[in-house]
Design a protein around this ligand. Structure first.
Ligand SMILES: C[S@@+](CC[C@H](N)C(=O)[O-])C[C@H]1O[C@@H](n2cnc3c(N)ncnc32)[C@H](O)[C@@H]1O
Length: 369
């Protein structure tokens, strides 16, 4: 069926509008960080005002009311980082410019989920760019980088293209580039892209910034200091890559970008870390990885199968077990070279919290036949 030219333009315009509104919604989510965080604290303080006098005195005597006040100071400090993240955000993409117009459209009002995503960006800064995140990176990223370095000698690495889909705040991709490989990270979340843009392009020295990543976690704290803990970042100078290193971040959906014919058989390696379970249909991810790899190319994966869309209202999802996924990977034309199960991995954990999640992740390295 041929399309009517006028209608085609409308679709394009609609897509552009949706993109622009989405961009503005994420900007707004960062912008309201302080007010939203203050309103949470206000609600607690107002509740305390209505408690029996005796209870109020006990809460004051034992430091709870002071702790709430201190949280406000920490929110102010975090908000300074948020301001850095938002500065020049309209220039974050090389190939398109979005204006931060402060648009009032209803569709740009952040949802509760959006507000939480801003808070989780702060925690992700700990995982990717602080000394406190060293253990999590050791558990996950080091294993992938070790394998890459085992596969390729130092002198050949600059010719080896490594793709990191679902790159988050970019540390794995950065460390791969630092090990001498040509590396492209890919990420579609604007929350992540805005934050990684700040770290990778604007932080020029080590440990110059401070955040309070755990202030929004009101539960399972042993001491006030666990909630009020500060973390400095970045632990490495993101500007420290050698002049001739090839490192980039590509913004957009992995499936949209890398199914383009330009990328067919283009990569020597794909590394996925806590990414494969982000798919509605994991087979789409496997197939795309297969397509972008050169024949004989390697796929190194580490992570659990916490299928992100499972049980999400209105979202389609399938959740094959690891054994099933493994057979599918083989059926697509991969050969398993290495596999390890039960790898203890943490993700964005406050080590002091009384609640600890731990994944028994699976690691594998396979080869496109
Ligand atoms: C669980 S996080 C893992 C981030 C990082 N690899 C790490 O280990 O910390 C998964 C990331 O993949 C991104 N992501 C999910 N689906 C994606 C897609 N289709 N294209 C690009 N990025 C995607 C998410 O936005 C998120 O940042």
């Amino acid at each position: 069926m041929s399309s009517v030219p006028g209608q085609e333009k409308n679709t394009e315009e609609r897509l552009e509008e949706a993109e622009r509104l989405h961009f503005q919604k994420i900007v707004n989510s960062f912008k309201v960080y302080k007010d939203h965080s203050f309103s949470v604290i206000n609600r607690k303080e107002n509740y305390i005002k209505n408690l029996p006098n005796e209870h109020q005195k006990l809460l004051t005597k034992n430091g709870y009311t002071d702790m709430l006040k201190e949280l406000r100071t920490c929110v102010e400090a975090n908000n300074q980082i948020v301001a850095h993240i938002l500065r020049d955000v309209e220039n974050v993409f090389e190939n398109s410019k979005h204006k931060n117009k402060g648009e009032k459209d209803k569709r740009t009002i952040p949802t509760g989920n959006d507000l939480e995503r801003v808070q989780s960006c702060l925690k992700q800064l700990v995982r990717d760019w602080s000394e406190d995140g060293a253990l999590e990176r050791e558990q996950s990223y080091s294993k992938i980088i070790y394998k890459l370095c085992e596969l390729y000698k130092e002198e050949e690495r600059s010719q080896i293209k490594v793709l990191v889909p679902g790159a988050g705040l970019g540390r794995l991709a950065f460390d791969i580039a630092k090990s001498g490989f040509e590396c492209q990270g890919n990420e579609f979340s604007l929350f992540m892209l805005f934050t990684s843009n700040f770290v990778l392009n604007k932080c020029k020295t080590e440990n110059t910034f401070k955040i309070y990543p755990f202030i929004h976690n009101f539960c399972n704290n042993v001491s006030d200091s666990d909630q009020l803990k500060s973390v400095t970042f970045p632990d490495v100078n993101p500007n420290s890559l050698p002049e001739d290193s090839k490192f980039s971040m590509a913004a957009g959906d992995f499936l949209d970008i890398y199914n383009d014919l330009d990328y067919l058989n283009s990569q020597d390696c794909v590394t996925t870390c806590f990414f494969m379970d982000c798919a509605h249909n994991i087979l789409d991810f496997i197939q795309t990885i297969y397509k972008v790899l050169k024949p004989g190319g390697y796929w190194i994966n580490l992570g659990p199968l916490l299928y992100h869309f499972s049980d999400m209202p209105g979202e389609s999802s399938i959740e094959p077990s690891y054994d099933c996924v493994k057979n599918i990977i083989v059926d697509f034309g991969f050969e398993f070279l290495e596999e390890e199960k039960n790898i203890v991995t943490n993700y964005d954990q406050n080590p002091a919290s009384m609640l600890q999640y731990q994944y028994k992740s699976v690691y594998f390295c396979c080869k496109k036949k």
